[in-house]
Ligand binder design. Structure first.
Ligand code: PEP
Length: 239
């Protein structure tokens, strides 16, 4: 599974052109490709890709039902617009908007309730890694899901070390393997995809995908360029 997170990028025409380019990429039927455009373009992009196997996702949503919540978009709305998945707990939202795994539980439940799947992000900061707390942090971000009895069979997890996101730095193969083993041990399931994210590029993709336990990637910056995104998909397919 390779998912592109476009973040707060693209105007409408660029977004549609990028979606069309991704659709034209071609990949084997066993590789699932997803794109997460800004919420405003979801509807139009879902229309563009509707006869393809490309999945469309939202970058966030709230877990509440309809009501007085100015500016928010809920799970039913993004589902209705054509999404199959929602990124939740991305480090940019954890850092800027105070989202924590505990606060996200109702959103996880709401997303699952619509039939979509959450792409639940976890990852440590540079300081946490340097002080030897990386796995404690990631385990702590996953534990609320387990405590709440969330069905992890319906979830995709993305391990994204915060210091590797958008920095051009990628975790080493050893770090990725260790953390993916930790995640797998905590969730205690073999069928939950665990993606890696953090500056995945055509140059780093082979190394990332050869790390044991990696089920694919969540790609930020490189997913804004169709050629780079295609090269990452190709790296996955030759793994
Ligand atoms: C991300 O935003 O999830 C991400 C991994 O970004 P980048 O690939 O740019 O590091």
């Amino acid at each position: 599974m390779i998912i592109g997170n476009w973040k707060m990028n693209t105007l409408r025409a660029d977004a549609l052109a990028l979606a069309k380019a991704v659709m034209g990429m071609g990949c084997s039927s066993s590789t699932r490709i997803g794109i997460c455009p800004p919420a405003l373009w979801i509807d139009a992009i879902a229309e563009v890709v509707k006869h393809s196997s490309i999945l469309v996702g939202a970058q966030d949503c709230v877990g509440d039902k309809f009501g007085a919540q100015t500016g928010s978009i809920n799970a039913d709305m993004v589902r209705n617009a054509g999404c199959s998945m929602v990124i939740l707990g991305h480090s940019e939202r954890r850092a800027r908007f105070g989202e924590s795994s505990e606060k996200l539980l109702n959103t996880v439940v709401a997303v699952l309730g619509t039939g979509m799947f959450p792409v639940f992000c976890v990852g440590e900061t540079k300081k946490q890694r340097e002080s030897g707390k990386a796995s404690d942090v990631v385990v702590g971000q996953l534990k609320p899901l387990l405590t709440a009895g969330i069905d992890l069979g319906g979830i995709v997890i993305a391990y994204e070390p915060v210091w590797a996101i958008g920095t051009g730095l990628s975790a080493t193969r050893k770090d990725i393997e260790e953390m993916h083993a930790t995640v797998r041990e905590v969730i205690n399931r073999d069928d939950t995809p665990v993606l890696y994210g953090g500056s995945v590029s055509p140059e780093s993709a082979d190394d990332v995908f050869n790390a044991r336990g990696v089920s694919g990637a969540l790609v930020g910056g490189a997913s804004l360029n169709a050629d780079k995104f295609a090269a990452i998909v190709a790296a996955w397919e030759r793994k």
